[in-house]
Design a protein around this ligand. Structure first.
Ligand code: PMP
Ligand code: GLN
Length: 382
């Protein structure tokens, strides 16, 4: 039997490719974005307790009510948005699923979606599997700013949605007030939906503020805003997240969600609902991760790699064009095989394989991991 593929040009995600290579060569994995330090013991025991108390059956299909109430409270505290826990928040098995479901709720065949590259690698296949068309716009290298004039120029009668990701994976770019002003003008003029991937909402540094779509009523009214507990609580393997969207949008989102997943795992929702009372856990996250980032970037000065601007996420990008012309993919493979360091080549976040000679490093690691990685990179002579 042969399937006529809906995604004929899609291979295996770069994160799996590079992590497998890292395992094969026993390399230090600064590629795929996951912490190697332990998550909160308190949260682990809250989940344990929930299991032991027998809270192991289906919760409500939209998510544990208490968890949604606590998220609504958080949203009010942080973004002054009084979202309705019943009608506007849906718990999902991860942020990626929330993004896929939001796209699937909105997109019809032939619709166009503005996507900025480098782009997180699930976006384009998620658009294409719905028969819609990604309109790819490159962020301006090396600062990775959004070229708003080009956005205006690329809008057509078929444009349905614009996708945003701040803090941005892979570049660490964050939206500015000017970006928000441009966005407001464009989405209102052309009546566009917004998909806002905010999984790194708390991983923002250098005293920058996270400008969430939730903060601006005229943006929120047309937005699906997607989050991941995996990133906030250092438990990427839990694959739990949520989507906040106005009632009418959430209604459509849930039509898809209820027959694709129905409900997410219960003990983790019980544990996270309790843990959300501890506001310091997410409020201190930026400070904690900035310390790691600052440590890593200082240590990296001993290597030939050149830091690019970065203000958030688990990642920093480094350029090597001043000493080599090798393709970023080849260099990433060579670094893994010969030097025992795994990174992600930035060309894999571009459909057209733009290669600015940049590698992405994940610094969400124990200090000894970062030290060992830099020690190996110092030996790298190009
Ligand atoms: N969006 C971005 C930009 C990410 O980096 C990630 C990381 N995994 C996700 C979405 C998805 O998160 P999750 O693991 O919860 O699906
Ligand atoms: N978000 C993580 C990253 O960018 C990986 C997630 C995944 O492997 N799909 O590295």
């Amino acid at each position: 039997m042969q399937i006529q593929s809906k995604l004929p040009n899609i291979g295996t995600t770069i994160f799996t490719v590079m992590s497998s290579l890292a395992v094969q060569h026993k390399a230090i994995n600064l590629g795929q974005g996951f912490p190697d330090f332990n998550m909160s013991e308190e949260l682990v025991s809250l989940v344990n307790n929930a299991m032991q108390q027998g809270l192991n059956q289906y919760v409500h299909m939209n998510g544990l009510p208490l968890l949604r109430e606590r998220l609504a409270q958080k949203c009010l505290n942080l973004y002054s948005n009084n979202v309705n826990a019943d009608a506007e928040i849906t718990i999902t098995p991860g942020g990626t699923y929330a993004i896929y479901t939001a796209l699937t709720s909105v997109l019809n065949k032939g619709d166009e979606v503005i996507v900025f590259e480098p782009a997180y690698d699930s976006y384009i296949p998620n658009i294409e599997v719905n028969g819609a068309v990604p309109i790819l716009i490159s962020l301006q290298y090396p600062n990775y700013n959004i070229p708003w004039d080009e956005v205006r120029a690329r809008i057509t009668s078929k444009t349905k949605m614009i996708m945003l990701n701040s803090p941005h994976n892979p570049t660490g770019m964050v939206l500015s007030e000017n970006d928000i002003a441009e966005l407001k003008q464009i989405v209102q003029q052309y009546n566009l939906f917004i998909l806002s991937d905010e999984v790194y909402e708390h991983l923002i540094f250098d005293n920058k503020q996270h400008l969430s779509m939730l903060k601006y009523p005229e943006l929120f009214e047309r937005s699906f805003v997607c989050f991941s507990f995996g990133k906030t609580y250092h438990c990427t393997g839990w694959k739990l997240g949520y989507c906040i969207a106005p009632k009418a949008l959430t209604n459509e989102f849930r039509k898809i969600h209820q027959f694709n997943c129905f409900s997410c795992n219960s003990p983790m929702q019980v544990g996270i609902a309790a843990y959300l009372q501890n506001q310091d856990a997410y409020k201190n996250l930026g400070k904690e991760l900035q310390a790691k980032r600052d440590y890593f970037r200082t240590q990296m000065q001993q290597t030939p790699f050149k830091l690019l601007p970065s203000f958030g996420s688990y990642f920093e990008c480094y350029s090597y064009e001043h000493f080599s012309n090798e393709s970023d993919f080849d260099l990433a493979v060579r670094l893994t095989k010969d030097y025992g360091i795994t990174t992600i080549p930035l060309s894999s976040f571009y459909n057209n394989k733009t290669d600015n000679k940049v590698l992405r490093f994940c610094f969400a690691k124990k200090q000894e991991t970062l030290d060992a990685a830099v020690e190996r990179l110092i030996k790298f002579k190009g």
